[in-house]
Design a protein around this ligand. Structure first.
Ligand SMILES: NC(=O)c1ccc[n+]([C@@H]2O[C@H](COP(=O)([O-])OP(=O)(O)OC[C@H]3O[C@@H](n4cnc5c(N)ncnc54)[C@H](OP(=O)(O)O)[C@@H]3O)[C@@H](O)[C@H]2O)c1
Length: 278
């Protein structure tokens, strides 16, 4: 059956892939973003009912992160409006090991609408579509928590799980924790990217206060610095976040994409050499 599915953040790292996959198999997708028509802005709840109208299901990616102040209230309001709009299923993208995000999950869980929670580890794509890209292009990466091992997960796998959760009732009421199958330190990540691109990319460990001080000097907004501090301390500092889970294989019946496969296919796009190409 063809369904009407709202993909909030539908041009983003996971939403873009979820939307493409749903359209490919014949569903009708509405993108929820500030640049879509009608527009969806997390800061303008008075406009959400227009975006929810006529939709059967919703994939929710919150901006910038479910841990930030105000996220809980926004998710409460969205679920309230979703109920009014007769939404039948919600899939929420959450962050693995984020206590504040779990409060938002609880709102969805107790909404009386069918749901699946997809808690993801840090994405591979943070190195190619997000804030780690620029230093890689510059050839000089300095990051805190250098000794911590992260089981990075690919947005190809996340989007496959989200599509499956949206379309199959057997995932109702489930909380999935998605990780890749290998843990890597930042140094190991940069080494792999360096080898795949044939470029010399330096990695230097740096203390968290020194890292955020540089951001302050560069005029980065305070709420973004707060989020970075939170992600590097609360999330990366939580030892359970290094654990590898089996949930991707359980849902999709196949292994997660290996980090090396991600590096190989991303290197071919030239994104990590983009300054050299200019
Ligand atoms: N990165 C990670 O490692 C990681 C790990 C676990 C969980 N997560 C969670 O993933 C979520 C983000 O998902 P993602 O990475 O797939 O998305 P993303 O790439 O960060 O999302 C960008 C999308 O959000 C839209 N957007 C930006 N600001 C908006 C606003 N104020 N109101 C409405 N839409 C807005 C953008 O479109 P417009 O610009 O047109 O509005 C675009 O469609 C976050 O909640 C984060 O906590 C991330």
């Amino acid at each position: 059956m063809k369904e009407n599915i709202l993909v909030i953040g539908g041009t983003g790292k996971t939403g873009r892939k979820v939307a493409n996959k749903l359209v490919k198999i014949g569903h009708h997708v509405r993108i929820g973003s500030r640049s879509a028509s009608p527009p969806f802005d997390w800061k303008k709840p008075e406009e959400w009912s227009e975006v929810l109208r006529g939709m059967d299901k919703v994939y929710i990616t919150f901006q910038p992160d479910l841990a930030v102040p105000g996220a809980l209230e926004a998710i409460e309001e969205l679920t309230k409006q979703a109920k009014k709009s007769n939404i039948k299923k919600m899939v929420l993208l959450s962050g693995k090991g984020e206590r504040e995000a779990e409060l938002c999950e609880q709102v969805v869980i107790h909404s009386a609408i069918d749901y699946t929670i997809v808690r993801a580890s840090w994405f591979n794509q943070n190195f190619s579509e997000s804030f780690f890209l620029e230093p890689i292009i510059e050839g000089f990466v300095a990051l805190p928590q250098a000794e911590i091992k992260v089981p990075y997960v690919d947005t190809d796998d996340i989007s496959d799980v989200v599509v499956e959760a949206l379309l199959n009732r057997k995932h109702n009421g489930k909380i999935y924790q998605l990780t890749g199958s290998r843990q890597l330190t930042f140094k190991e990540v940069i080494q792999e990217i360096s080898e795949a691109t044939g470029r010399k990319i330096n990695f230097t460990p740096i203390a968290l206060p020194a890292y955020t001080n540089v951001m302050k000097q560069q005029g980065v907004p305070a709420d973004f610095i707060w989020l970075i501090e939170y992600l590097f301390s609360e999330v990366l500092g939580n030892p359970t976040n290094s654990e590898i889970t089996n949930d991707i294989e359980e849902v999709l019946g196949r292994k997660p994409k290996d980090f090396s496969a991600y590096v190989k296919e991303t290197a071919i796009t030239g994104i990590w050499n983009s300054r050299l190409n200019n």
